[in-house]
Design a protein around this ligand. Sequence first.
Ligand SMILES: Nc1ncnc2c1ncn2[C@@H]1O[C@H](COP(=O)(O)OP(=O)(O)OP(=O)(O)O)[C@@H](O)[C@H]1O
Length: 287
Amino acid sequence: MDISFKQVSHTYQVNSPFEYHALKSLDFDIKSGQFVAIVGHTGSGKSTLIQHLNGLLKPTSGEVVIGDYRLKADEKTANIKGLREKVGVVFQYPEHQLFEETIEKDIAFGPKNFGASDETIQARIPKILEAVNLDVALLNRSPFDLSGGQMRRVAIAGVLAMEPDVLVLDEPTAGLDPRGQQEIMDMFYKLHHEKGLTTILVTHSMEDALKYADHVIILEQGKKYLEGKPEDIFVQQARLKQVQLDVPEEIQFLMDLEKRLGMTIHYEKQSVDDLADTIKHRLGGGQ
Ligand SMILES: Nc1ncnc2c1ncn2[C@@H]1O[C@H](COP(=O)(O)OP(=O)(O)OP(=O)(O)O)[C@@H](O)[C@H]1O
């Protein structure tokens, strides 16, 4: 689904001593099928922004358009339930929201609430378990018997069970070890391509934004600071530094290489192996 933010502002606790302007005149478009990373340091407005994607929050002014749905202040959004079915949100630490006695019931909870029949849900479950790499034998176990990483996969399975068109991921790897982080991100990347999803990833990892996203939006104090292709955004070291963001490791490495050896390699999402080959070749003869 295409998504548009048109001059969106959001103010918390209007007309109170705690009034806070969290989003300020945000304008951007996300095309159906894009993988977009939203980055910015703490308090820049990322969580506020994504809560506008399924109508948990509404703009104080401006409008958000998501497919055929429109969110606008003082206007009742037609069929908000339909919007919440289409936009799946994986919140931070989603495993904290597990509550059913069995894994199967937890995965089925969302679609059941939205009126899907038992047969429909049963038909979806094996494919979802495969996607999140959980064993079918676990279905009747309590989610609370699992490891933290497995619990997160159950919670993600519950969101996927709704078969959303748009997947919103709020720091989906927070608290996982490096291997778990990569497994989860690779899983989302695969799902994104296989299911033709529109994916919106909030992350503190510049490396993940560079590796997985085809578009990056940087927020600073509720405003859009930079927007574009990751390989164009993440070479702007001085501008990133101004908002306390780092250059991803791969790009930092190529910048150091240029400084030390005068070797210029333009980063175009090459793998580490391809970069190593290019460097060896340039150094003369693959040693
Ligand atoms: N309910 C609220 N009432 C008042 N201010 C709020 C409320 N929720 C968030 N804020 C403020 O809005 C600003 C943006 O918060 P938000 O959670 O969107 O930022 P963020 O970029 O997601 O931060 P983080 O990376 O820490 O999750 C922060 O300064 C925050 O304190």
